[in-house]
Design a protein. Sequence first.
Length: 553
Amino acid sequence: MARDLAALKYTVDGVEALLGAEAYAAFARDQPVPALLKTRDDDGALAAVVRLWLLAEPLTRASLNAALPETGVDALLALRLVEPAGPGAGGATVQAAVDLRPYGWPAPANERNGGSGGNGSNGTDLWVASDLAAHQSPGVLRRDHVLGIGQASLTLAQSIVRRPVNTALDLGTGCGIQTFHLLEHAQHVVATDISARALAFTRFNVLLNAAQLKIDPENLQARVDLRQGSLLEPVAGETFELVVSNPPFVITPRSSAENAADRFTYRDGGLAGDELVAALVRGLPAVLAAGGTAQLLGNWEIRGAASWSAAPESWVGDSTEAWVIQREQVSPGHYAETWLQDASQNRDRALYGQSYAAYLADFASREVSGIGFGLIWLRHPAPVDGPRGGERIRRFEEILYPIEQPIGPHLGAAVDRADWLAGLAPDALPQTRLIVAPDVTEERHQRPGAEHPGVILLRQGAGLRRTNLLSTELAGFVSVCDGDLTVGQIIAALATLLDWQDNESADNESVEDGGAADGGAEKRNEMDQFVNGLLQDTRNLVLDGFLLPHLPN
């Protein structure tokens, strides 16, 4: 089957070339009509497979046999990838029983030999099977629905800091998307899910893509271990260097009459409110090796007038490093509408009304004013030698505007900078040399006719695309950071320029001697505040990636 699909050029780039940019973009928005019109009169094999598995259109057995000659319709029926479209199993027409689509990612920039740079150009081309999505099938989704390549799974995949590891855990694997990416840089992956159906999809997808994933299909366990169970239960007592998870974090009203079969397993973990994500954040450090990290997506409830970060801050233990970025915040009503539509529950008017009311009542019972969504990074610190070995990363910030994707490399670089600063002796920063990051620009605003700018901004063009408001002194400091002078030398020059130090030697001596002359102590105190303030601002600019350590070749 893999050979048949490859021969068709059933890849991300191949499908985009077949449909054209406009129809392909519409298809990515779950709007199939332009793609249907584009392929309606195309009798080619690739168009036939696109109509079958991407557009959920019936196909004759003859057409499918011609498109996939090595595989054949009988094998596809046995694998339950297609099913008879007409009455009786011997019908001449079949239809998709699953969504089977191409997926891929480009090779790293230093490994490309040309090409368009699209999702699969000079990189990895895979195929992913999952259940048919809401726009491909009628009615409400089945409760054990196995989600395909959704925006959440792509968001997580793009946020992972990808470095070589021996052991990795994909918690809540679904159809296996995160496992595919982990196999690029992990020697062994454990993939878990509470759903046996999800693990069956993952196993099929891994075997279908065995060659690209460098897996021996006769020895799957050597690289991938599939385990059924809830949350961390399947890996109790084990540790991993990296854990990734797109858990069933959707907040769902609980009912005393419900049972597990009533839940959409791909999104509903069965706990009230945001307790599932809270339990994961509290429990993950126990399965992390020393220095190991976990990255996951999550929702959290914002109650009353409390800060958005109140809940996630309360989940993180004192010994765990954490970086939480809120990417979105919605009202209870908006949240209910989103997830009821996600499972096509809006197609049943009575059910929709009951479920919507249940959502609002559930949130009101806990005085929830909003629901946040975002990225969670955790680390179980390894012992660190050095004067600042006990310093921990603990950041909770809201970034609601668009950021660069994939963001994972930038998150990794930010952690590296934090570790670099933590490893410096308390008095070492003034001896370092810094440079302005290549993506940083300066922006100045002033009133017409004004002598000086009223606002000076630093902007990042890459990564988290932060903006930093600068004082005149800090703008002057940044403008000189080209690696030639140390931080201390630049601050000393600014102090002289801004008249924090007198040119009279007696006054200079009085400052250095602790204030022997009149006013010396006061001036020394002001000077210390100026220096310490600039040093703290410098640390922050390094942490946020505006300034970088200058490391000569």
